[in-house]
Ligand binder design. Structure first.
Ligand code: SAM
Length: 229
């Protein structure tokens, strides 16, 4: 099955995970790192692979001009119900925007579902204005969290069955090859999803502490920020 077909099927259930204790912890910790990396908040931001609008809504609430793009109509239908911002049904490998027309692009857990990641990065480069920024968050090959999630996906259909994982160094190479400069990387979420809830405050502290340390190479969720020269 194509990843997008999978998201079409599970769209109505996609947001449920964020309401669980572990889901809301992961979401909060990831957002904290994503937003602390953002520098170009003045212009228009594209939320690429916006899904049900988790980050689109957060950006909108911060008063930032945001456009959401996704290939799944079912995911977009849910995002549209949450807010009134422009949403585009489209493919990340052929962006329907003019050259140098966007200030910033945020893309969270899209990359691992792309067949042609290099094509998407070259499109991102094309549509960003000079000094524009790209912040990409994706799942890490080297992490305990995803080892267990991937094992589970062998027996039960989950998004991880369709995902391609990246390491921090692979992301850096892809970004450099696409022409991005001033690269910064971060990582959060170090423990498997089944940790008991009472440990969440402790692991949250470790997430903050380790986000910029060499341990980020072992985090489940890794972030890379780059700029167009
Ligand atoms: C894991 S979800 C992430 C959604 C959202 N960014 C979030 O953080 O909740 C991945 C999303 O990527 C979308 N997607 C997958 N391939 C795509 C493509 N080629 N172009 C645009 N969107 C795509 C899927 O439809 C899905 O909504």
């Amino acid at each position: 099955m194509e990843p997008v077909a999978y998201f079409e099927q599970i769209a109505s259930k996609y947001d449920t995970w964020y309401t669980t204790p572990i889901g809301s912890y992961v979401d909060a910790v990831e957002k904290e790192q994503v937003f602390s990396l953002m520098k170009g908040q003045k212009g228009v931001i594209l939320d690429l692979g916006c899904g049900t609008g988790n980050y689109t809504l957060a950006l909108n609430r911060l008063g930032i001009k945001v456009i959401g793009l996704d290939k799944s109509m079912e995911m977009l239908k849910i995002a549209i119900q949450k807010m009134s911002v422009p949403f585009v049904l489209g493919d990340a490998s052929i962006l329907p925007f003019k050259n140098q027309s966007l200030d910033s692009i945020l893309s969270i857990t899209l990359f691992e579902f792309l067949t042609y990641p290099e094509k998407t990065l070259s499109e991102i480069y094309r549509v960003l204005r000079p000094k524009g920024e790209i912040i990409l968050g994706t799942m890490n090959t080297f992490s305990a969290w995803f080892l267990f999630k991937r094992l589970k996906s062998i027996f039960k259909e989950t998004a991880y069955r369709y995902a391609r994982f990246y390491t921090v160094n692979q992301l850096k190479i892809l970004f450099k090859q696409a022409g991005f400069i001033n690269l910064t990387t971060r990582g959060v979420i170090y423990f498997p999803a089944f940790i008991p809830c009472f440990l969440i405050p402790l692991v949250e502290k470790l997430d903050r502490k380790w986000a910029t340390s060499p341990l980020r190479h072992l985090a489940a969720f890794v972030l890379i920020r780059g700029e167009k020269p």
